[in-house]
Design a protein around this ligand. Structure first.
Ligand code: FAD
Ligand code: NAD
Length: 471
């Protein structure tokens, strides 16, 4: 039972899921406490994920472009040097500014912030081992689990964040490794492969499946980006499994074999990045004290209103079902608070965009061609290459294409896939189109400004229901 001093909501975890829920709850006039053990807010995303990786992607791209992509534009540059320390400092400045910004938003919205590790004592009580020492206890009428995820380890390759690294080590290396081996060609693998290859590493990506890009990427798009990344100098071994690895005097030896079996091979690298996925994180949370069980993949089991089997304890973000993406966590956080406050909330899981921030970027929303084939849905495809888009050509940045998939009968858009400059921004239009149930003709008949990359989006829609003009 809760006493009169119980908080309306206690949130365990101050990552994107937890902090967004805290701010939203504060805005709704709830008395809310957020417990975070890291020492800073923003979780994986702000501290060691989305934000620092994008800083490195942006600045390594700029460096690479200055080195290799200026002369033919009429720009002559002199001595170009990498200052890795400063590159890392720029990253840290962005992270610091953003995490502090969340603290400010907590104050603004009356959120109580406890720095410490939370664990359940009973169904309404959370004990907090404070980072500064000592312990406190908070009671909540509602409790939200938002403890996120951690790196999935590779058996036998112990992560030391120096020679065998996770993404956390990969955003903080103090020198450019001569040879970098990446296990896992998903989004983390490819983003980090891009960063270090641009800065001078010889990078090899080993991917178990025949296709890179991780779950959800359209096969045609995955093949296309693989070719582009290969041209940029990244080596790929797809359909290949890593069997084992061991540290040698000056690096790591990794044994690989074709996924179908066959001859083994040993690859040597100075640094090995383990990027085979992430798993839900519930360590030390005391779930056993409240009788909450996890599914076979370690996820907290919830219903469509984010309730665990104890209805006033809800859960959102990476620690439960669905894609492990920051914007998905954010949507769920808002919906969970709306459920608590009003009994209604909504997240459209068919309409969550994904973006890989390589150069060019890859972005998609909705279903892939292989999804539609598997489901037996009849569809039409429309594509438009950036090489036929005036702005992309003007910018001398015209790799990639927009690909649309629409229902063969109704023309309703089912999936949109983009490789290209600023694909991550452009996918917002696709997401809106899917959310509103647009047809390809709806987009084709919408005026798009000239000359913009977005015209490629419109022309792909034209190609889906009729014909593109410029291709
Ligand atoms: P988290 O961000 O993991 O936050 C959970 C928080 O809970 C942590 O800070 C943890 O310290 C805290 N915590 C855990 N247990 C306790 C406890 N018992 N008591 C107190 N605190 C606790 N997603 C994107 O959408 N776009 C991207 O570009 C992107 N890039 C990424 C790059 C990398 C390298 C990585 C690793 C991930 C990236 N992601 C990206 C994924 C994104 O970071 C996650 O989906 C997102 O952080 C999930 O938010 P969350 O709040 O559920 O979990
Ligand atoms: P992932 O699931 O996206 O990709 C892991 C890849 O590793 C898969 O392609 C898988 O087939 C491969 N793999 C698994 N075991 C292997 C083995 N033994 N040998 C070779 N390959 C193997 O996971 P990730 O890239 O680690 O990313 C983790 C999470 O973080 C994902 O949910 C991702 O969406 C998220 N994330 C998102 C972004 C973004 O949105 N830009 C960036 C980084 C991370």
């Amino acid at each position: 039972a809760t006493g009169s001093d119980a908080r309306d909501l206690v949130i365990i975890g101050g990552g994107v899921a937890g902090y967004v829920a805290a701010i939203k709850a504060g805005q709704e006039g709830m008395k809310v406490t957020c417990i975070e053990k890291r020492g800073t807010l923003g979780g994986t995303c702000l501290n060691v994920g989305c934000i620092p990786s994008k800083s490195l992607l942006n600045n390594s791209h700029l460096y690479h472009q200055i080195l290799h992509d200026t002369k033919h534009r009429g720009i002559e540059v002199g001595d170009v040097k990498l200052n890795l320390k400063q590159l890392m400092k720029a990253k840290e400045t962005s992270v610091e500014g953003l995490t502090k910004g969340i603290e400010f938003l907590f104050k603004k919205n009356g959120v109580e912030y406890l720095k410490g590790t939370g664990s359940f004592v009973d169904q309404h009580t959370v004990k907090v081992a404070l980072n500064d020492g000592g312990e406190t206890v908070v009671a909540g009428k509602n409790i939200l689990i938002a403890t996120g995820s951690e790196v999935t380890p590779f058996p036998g390759l112990e992560i030391d964040e120096k020679t065998i690294i996770s993404s956390t080590g990969a955003i903080a290396l103090q020198e450019v490794p001569k040879k970098l081996l990446v296990i896992g060609g998903g989004i983390i693998g490819l983003e980090m492969a891009s960063v270090w290859s641009r800065l001078g590493s010889e990078v090899t990506v080993v991917e178990y499946l025949d296709q890179i890009g991780g779950p959800g990427m359209d096969t045609e798009i995955a093949k296309s980006i693989q070719k582009i990344l290969k041209r940029q100098g990244i080596n790929f071994k797809t359909g290949t499994k890593v069997l084992s690895g061991e540290k040698t005097g000056d690096g790591v030896d990794v044994q690989i074999e074709s996924a179908k079996g066959g001859k083994q091979e040993t690859l040597n690298a100075d640094v090995v990045l383990v990027a085979i996925g992430r798993r839900p994180y519930t360590k030390g949370l005391g779930l056993e004290n409240i009788g909450l069980e996890l599914d076979e993949r370690g996820r907290v089991i919830i219903d469509s209103q984010y309730r665990t089997k104890i209805p006033h304890i809800r859960c959102v973000g990476d620690v439960t079902f669905g894609p492990m993406l920051a914007h998905k966590a954010e949507e769920e956080a808002v919906a969970a608070i709306e459920y608590i406050k009003t009994g209604h909330g909504h997240v459209n899981y068919g309409c969550i965009p994904a973006v890989m921030y390589t150069a060019p970027e890859v972005a998609w929303v909705g279903q892939s061609e292989q999804d539609l084939k598997k489901a037996g849905v009849k569809y039409r495809v429309g594509t438009f290459p950036f090489s036929a888009n005036s702005r992309a050509k003007t910018n001398l940045d015209s790799e990639g294409m927009v690909k649309m998939l629409a229902d063969a009968e109704t023309d309703r858009l089912l999936g949109i896939h983009i490789i290209g400059p600023n694909a991550g921004e452009m996918i917002a239009e696709g997401t809106l189109a899917l959310e509103y149930g647009a047809s390809s003709e709806d987009i084709a008949r919408t005026c798009h400004a000239h000359p913009t990359l977005a015209e490629a989006f419109k022309e792909a829609a034209m190609a889906t229901y009729s014909k593109a003009i410029h291709f």
